[in-house]
Write a protein that binds this ligand. Structure first.
Ligand SMILES: NC(=O)c1ccc[n+]([C@@H]2O[C@H](COP(=O)([O-])OP(=O)(O)OC[C@H]3O[C@@H](n4cnc5c(N)ncnc54)[C@H](OP(=O)(O)O)[C@@H]3O)[C@@H](O)[C@H]2O)c1
Length: 247
């Protein structure tokens, strides 16, 4: 996969899946902007790791749920890299609860980060990509957005929304040389899933045909493909990375 000279933004690139994606893009030659919202030290660690690979990297603080902060993020990246070729809408949070206990705030925060965040970033970056007449946008959804999950109505709504958003953007931006796809990971070992009890993890594994949970690298490998020219004739698709859990 050759991404030499391409410039990428990875939202939520400071840890977990985003970190793996940022490093995978850099290993293929891309310069990478690592976005984060609270943990600057973690983002700077990723930047250091990327710079050691001989490509450009920068850490940019921005809360993706805030349109103005995203505009500044895009400006900063353009000032440093000059163009944006790849956008990975990865930043995400969970606020799990049963519907009767879920607060309006829990619902709004998850929609604002996971869904409106992707809208804000796509809106700002697509202006740049439309001028360039090229670009790759990849949204990180979830199998939960396809099949739902008890206790995650806010998250499932956001991730299902992201799939509709992906398909609409794919149709809207196709004539401008921009492809828009989504990945739907299953159970991936990151801080997000680390708090789940071992029993829940075991139950998941029992329902995964490939017999194991996923690693951030499993997701990064597919995203790398979608960010490369090997996927030039693919748009509007949702690729499951779940060991066969949902089929
Ligand atoms: N892990 C799984 O099993 C799984 C499965 C399916 C889908 N996903 C999706 O994959 C994506 C990454 O998940 P993960 O497991 O890697 O999560 P994670 O380890 O919790 O990392 C989340 C990342 O998002 C950033 N972030 C959170 N809120 C943000 C905001 N408002 N603006 C900018 N950045 C923000 C965090 O930055 P700070 O450190 O600065 O807070 C962090 O870099 C999410 O969209 C998640 O829903 C995960």
């Amino acid at each position: 996969m050759q991404l030499k000279g391409r410039n990428a933004i990875v939202t939520g690139g400071s840890r977990g899946i985003g970190r793996s994606v940022a490093i995978a893009l850099a290993k293929s030659g891309a310069n990478v902007a690592v976005n984060y919202t609270s943990n600057q030290a973690a983002a700077l660690e990723v930047v250091k790791e990327i710079e050691a690979l001989g490509v450009g990297a920068m850490a940019v603080k921005a809360d993706v749920s805030k349109g103005e902060e995203v505009e500044n993020l895009v400006k900063e990246v353009l000032n440093r890299f000059g163009s944006i070729d790849i956008l990975i809408n990865n930043a995400g949070i969970t606020r799990d609860n049963l519907i009767i206990r879920m607060t309006e705030q829990d619902f709004e925060e998850v929609i604002d980060t996971n869904l409106k965040g992707a809208f804000n970033c796509t809106k700002s970056v697509s202006r740049v990509m439309i001028k360039q007449k090229s670009g790759k946008i990849i949204n990180v959804s979830s199998v939960v957005g396809v099949i739902g999950n008890a206790g995650q109505s806010n998250y499932a709504a956001a991730k299902a929304g992201l799939i509709g958003f992906t398909k609409s953007m794919a149709k809207e931006l196709s004539k401008r040389g921009i492809t828009v796809n989504a990945v739907a990971p299953g159970y991936i070992d990151t801080e997000m899933t680390a708090s789940l009890p071992e029993k829940v993890r075991e139950e998941f594994v029992n329902n995964i045909p490939l017999g194991r949970t996923g690693k951030p690298q499993d997701v990064a490998n597919t995203i790398l493909f979608l960010a490369s020219e090997y996927s030039d004739y693919i748009t509007g698709q949702v690729i499951h990375i779940d060991g066969g859990m949902v089929m």
